[in-house]
Design a binder for this molecule. Structure first.
Ligand SMILES: [Zn+2]
Length: 221
């Protein structure tokens, strides 16, 4: 919001400069010629300040369309929380949260940035970046209607491969990333015991109770 206010201020400066070249400003008998360097400077600043909120808005739209495909037939809208949103969020300690009744997904700061970093270089994904992919898929599963955390997380684990591809990651890298999350993060958390009991289940494995036998499952051969 502050970025947009700053951008609007510089747009107003540009407007004032152009208007002064057409209509004589107060105290002047004639219009004043446009200062091109000044006009260029304020227009550049307007674009620079508008870019962060516009790119976030575009990324949210991008995520919303893909989350809706994962949550089919339900519709999802994704919001990337700013640091201020996160500080004021009643669920600030969760990386994200979703409301199946409204379709709204909130991803806490800085996880949208982490997800963007992942999408820039999926072949070199870090553990945190793979986690950000899973947060996106996990919240989409809540919009699909699942509220039990262990089942939600298992549905996400099985769909992280699909989610990565929907986000534009090449097939073989998406498969490797999704499997890495399952084997290096999910299964390791399972061994940590009670702290993760709500999110991790030993039934979340190929052939076990939570296996949905999806044709494009992360663990499908
Ligand atoms: Zn959850």
């Amino acid at each position: 919001m502050l970025w947009l206010v700053a951008s609007l201020f510089f747009l107003w400066c540009a407007f004032r400069e152009i208007r002064a070249s057409v209509v004589a400003p107060a105290g002047f008998d004639f219009p004043t010629p446009i200062s091109k360097p000044y006009l260029m400077a304020v227009l550049c600043l307007a674009v620079v300040f508008a870019w962060p909120p516009v790119s976030t808005w575009y990324f949210e739209r991008f995520l919303s369309v893909r989350a809706s495909l994962l949550a089919d037939p339900n519709r999802a809208t994704v919001h990337c929380n700013t640091i201020f949103d996160t500080m004021l969020d009643s669920e600030m300690l969760a990386a994200g949260h979703a409301n199946p009744r409204t379709g709204k997904i909130a991803i806490q700061h800085p996880w949208c940035g982490t997800l963007r970093a992942y999408l820039r270089h999926p072949a070199r994904a870090t553990e945190k970046e793979l986690e950000s992919l899973d947060i996106f898929t996990h919240e989409s599963m809540h919009i699909r209607g699942e509220l039990n955390e262990a089942r939600t997380e298992c549905q996400a684990v099985q769909r992280n491969y699909r989610a990565a591809k929907l986000l534009g990651v090449p097939d073989t890298i998406a498969k490797r990333n999704a499997l890495d999350y399952y084997t290096k993060d999910y299964l390791r958390r399972g061994s940590l015991g009670i702290m993760q009991a709500a999110y991790v289940s030993d039934q979340c494995a190929p052939g076990k109770d939570m296996d949905e036998h999806l044709p494009d499952s992360t663990w499908a051969p």
